[in-house]
Design a protein around this ligand. Sequence first.
Ligand code: G1P
Ligand code: ZN
Length: 554
Amino acid sequence: MFKNSQIKIQPVKTQPYTDQKPGTSGLRKKVKVFQQMDYLQNFIQSIFNCLPEIQGSTLILGGDGRYYNREAIQIIIRMAAANGVAKIILGQGGIFSTPAVSHLIRKNGALGGIILSASHNPAGMDGDFGIKYNSSNGGPAPEEFTNAVYEESQDISYYKIAPIKGIPLDIPGTYTSENTEIEVIDPVNDYVELMQSLFDFDKIRALISADDFSMCFDAMHAVTGPYATRIFEEILGAAPGSVIRAECLPNFGGGHPDPNLIHAKQLVDIMFDAEETGSAPNFGAASDGDGDRNMIMGDYFFVTPSDSLAIIAANAHLIPAYKDGLKGIARSMPTSQAADRVAEKLGIPSYETPTGWKFFGNLLDDKRITLCGEESFGTGSDHVREKDGIWAVLCWLNIMAERKQSVEDIVRQHWAEYGRNYYTRHDYENIPTEAANKLFDNLQEHLGTLIGRIFNNRTVIIADNFSYHDPVDHSQTDNQGIRIIFDDGSRIIFRLSGTGTEGATLRVYIERYAKDIKEHDLDTQEALYDLIETAELVANIIGYTGRHEPSVIT
Ligand code: G1P
Ligand code: ZN
């Protein structure tokens, strides 16, 4: 038991940093930036200053295990104690996945949660670190809050920190320091319980443990290692070793824990390269640094995230938690329109939001939607207020257990019924910010002149910068991406990333709808070839960036 009562807290003087503006998903910077004197402290105090209810509150605290996680946690505990937090629920070893934090906030009626993660960005001494604050509904704090935190960080002159010893992060138990109770808990238990309440574990176990079924889950040496091992191997009976790269390492094994065809190469090789021997597993999946993203694969088959959302929606009635139907579906604007077609058929509303999970929160809280997703390998439901990688994998396994079909058969039947939305995203990473801004200014300036123009037999019907009016709180969010929409429903979208830590990243999203089954067998890049050409023509990417090829294609 740690007892440090009666310690006098002396405020520590500090100077503001000008760059503490949270992006799409919290404050993300290089580790070295966070290690600057008082950098972390300033930001944490700015968060606390924006929480009038901090005294006597409960906070959930944990991270994805990346480099600097443990040090940051000890600092945050001391600051929480000095700021009057009554209770901190901390994951053992400082570990919590993002969806697990979201769940624990809701389960414990906590004021909020602090998640230490830079999601899929690489980790290690020269990698990235990040801080996200989630509110009492379990979801990422809304922009109003993150803007207030930024304002606070610009004026900060002192922070509060208790002069207490470190907490033993690795030993579950309850510790007390100052008037704060710190409960170190197993990070996986509560999450497992939640999953068991949503899915038919018996049916999934029958599928997974059958002799003719094998699966591979790539945890990418990040936070889902312990979650996936417990759920898939220990509880659901997948063969030992089905979870690869299961050990959570501070540098994520030197990799880039982003579950896509480029960065989850190990999994992709297992699912595709065994073609000659015919020994690929029946099911493959991967998650990212903090466990909120997912990639779904079949043997020799990749499921586009936008399709995954649509297919989960169309089959949700097969999953116990959603057997009574869905209230509605939301997708981020750049996500393909495949889910809209399912919503239409189900006779439920569909919503189009700006990029970033925080925009789904109001729709979920207001019970307007049950499912939501993004093209960026994020899918989720009203069970938490974050996207949830392992949940998405369990959706697929539950659906496969009911339909007794392969991943590929399920996807192809979906296309046959609804048509196929060919979809790709081209990323141009780390381009000079000035070049990116010029490209955007130019596009914006010429938007008006695009309407009515014909490119490769398609006429532009809408060319604008996407604005979102939140139907729940009536807030307005502008400049969320340039959309060029054609008369056949095809779309080209341009956005700048809000999560990068170096230069600017241009994202170009391209989509085309093919109704006829005869058109469903094309290679995605070939199917979109002429739209890719149009994107270059209208934006002059080569001219502004000097790049002839995207750095990542998903
Ligand atoms: C990216 C994705 C976005 C996702 C976010 C956090 O943001 O595009 O869909 O919500 O990461 O995982 P971006 O870098 O595009 O701003
Ligand atoms: Zn993530």
